[in-house]
Design a protein. Structure first.
Length: 168
């Protein structure tokens, strides 16, 4: 057995993973980037937990991590497209500089990642309150939960926002 299980995983499966990602993305460079990101995510996770990498089904594991990155990629693309569409409607007098646009895009990606880390019900409650402007009573009725539960979910969402490094 190798002293570097991640290195062995990389050498044995990177080519397969890149091909697997290419079939989902249709772009060699994006597939290669996401393959590298997959191994980086595994390395980061391994360092956080301190556990050695042992896999019975390495391709299934790589496909799972890779699929999550593909979803993130498409969500980020959709978010960027919506942002650019919105920018196109802004009158020239109020247009953002290229640097401001870049900062805004990065903040949107960070916010998207923050929302993605919330439990689905917490995210739904938060978005109904913040984007749709619903009251806690309206959210409780719409979701069939108690108003106290809505308050608890909002507190959880606000805590996540406060503890994040997203500059809102």
């Amino acid at each position: 057995m190798s002293d570097d299980p991640l290195g062995l995983l990389y050498s044995e499966h990177n080519r397969w993973l890149t091909g697997w990602l290419y079939r989902r993305l249709g772009c060699n460079s994006q597939a290669a980037d996401l393959a590298q990101d997959t191994f980086l995510r595994i390395l980061t996770s391994q360092r956080k937990t301190g556990e050695r990498l042992t896999l019975d089904r390495p391709r299934a594991y790589l496909a799972t991590v890779g699929q999550r990155l593909v979803c993130d990629h498409f969500r980020r693309q959709s978010l960027e497209r919506a942002y650019l569409d919105m920018l196109a409607t802004v009158p020239e007098a109020f247009a953002l500089s290229a640097q401001e646009q870049c900062q805004m895009r990065e903040t949107l990606f960070q916010l998207d990642a923050l929302l993605d880390r919330l439990k689905p019900i917490v995210r739904t409650v938060f978005l109904l309150a913040q984007l749709d402007g619903l009251t806690y009573v309206q959210i409780a009725r719409q979701l069939g939960i108690g108003e106290r539960t809505v308050k608890r979910h909002m507190a959880s969402a606000f805590e996540a926002c406060i503890l994040s490094d997203v500059a809102l």
